[in-house]
Design a binder for this molecule. Structure first.
Ligand SMILES: [Zn+2]
Length: 306
């Protein structure tokens, strides 16, 4: 099992030599996703040695350019590389027209199919699930409709302990209940607790991504208890009037959301290009929520190690 997030771009709208704009690659139990796809994302994917033909779904949080201007370039490169496997794109509904117009006017005929899924910006919604994970979108408060995303592992079936099963003479048809964490009744009428015959397991992990947003307490309900929260913190708290005007968050806002959400760990990104160091960010964050870090391009977050 694995759950790894690679930060491809940790900066805000203006790319710098140190920070590219928003994009992240997620590998959750060998499901390969991209969240946001700013300018230069495909270069970052190459730089950090990510095999981008593996990506099956792309989630675009909103239509500010620093979150999707790299998408048509990436789609075009996938075509040049001979991709045949379909790809799913989740984003604001206007994105489909933007992409199709760009591809059509350039005479591109793709070798693979794009399935487009429009996001809903009113409430939290499950937008994808398979047998190991679920993906949700949830509304944020920004200048234009914007979603955050939550990737959550499903509760795994517990592993049975064959020695204990034999010892207690448990019937085959009772295995399923035990694997689902239910106690069972033995033939002699005794109750067998599932913990007695299954192996201890790590709780399911979850990763929450809060793209551009002003501080919004509703986020707390959407991301409550996540293993890792990635929240934008475009500004330091001394620039809070600027944050308010642009509907972005400060380091203090992000840390307060993390604290209220009871997450295990907070990473902040989308840092304004005005900052040349992140020392002050870290100080402000950890003053509110200790287990906070500042993301950087190329950072690999392994949720199993958080
Ligand atoms: Zn934005």
């Amino acid at each position: 099992m694995n759950f790894i997030v690679t930060i491809l771009g940790s900066g805000a709208a203006l790319p710098t030599q140190i920070r590219m704009p928003s994009s992240q690659y997620i590998n959750c139990n060998n499901r390969h996703f991209l969240i946001d796809c700013a300018e230069g994302t495909q270069v970052q994917l190459r730089k950090y040695k990510i095999h981008f033909q593996k990506i099956s779904r792309i989630f675009i949080s909103h239509l500010h350019g620093d979150h999707y201007f790299g998408l048509v370039g990436l789609l075009s490169s996938l075509n040049l590389l001979g991709r045949e496997k379909e790809i799913h794109i989740h984003g604001p509904e206007e994105l489909e027209e933007i992409l199709m117009t760009q591809l059509h006017l350039g005479g591109s005929k793709l070798s693979y199919t794009i399935h487009f899924h429009a996001l809903y910006f009113k409430e939290k919604e499950k937008i994808f699930e398979d047998d190991v994970l679920e993906v949700y979108s949830f509304p944020l408060k920004h200048k234009i409709p914007t979603c955050g995303f939550l990737i959550q592992e499903k509760t795994k079936l517990l592993k049975l302990d064959p020695i204990q099963l034999k010892k207690k003479n448990i019937r085959l048809e009772q295995y399923k209940d035990l694997q689902n964490g239910k106690d069972i009744e033995l033939e002699n009428g005794d109750i067998c607790r599932y913990q007695e015959v299954t192996k201890p397991q790590i709780a399911p992990m979850s990763y929450a991504y809060c793209s551009d947003t002003k501080k919004d307490l509703k986020i707390v309900d959407f991301v409550k208890g996540s293993t890792v929260l990635y929240h934008e913190a475009t500004f330091l708290k001394k620039e809070k009037s600027l944050a308010k005007a642009t509907m972005h968050s400060t380091t203090q806002d992000a840390a307060e959301i993390a604290l209220l959400s009871d997450v295990k760990c907070l990473y902040v990104g989308h840092l304004s290009s005005r900052y040349t160091s992140d020392e002050e960010h870290l100080k402000e964050l950890q003053g509110v929520f200790e287990n906070s870090r500042v993301a950087y391009d190329g950072l690999v977050i392994d949720l199993f190690k958080e």
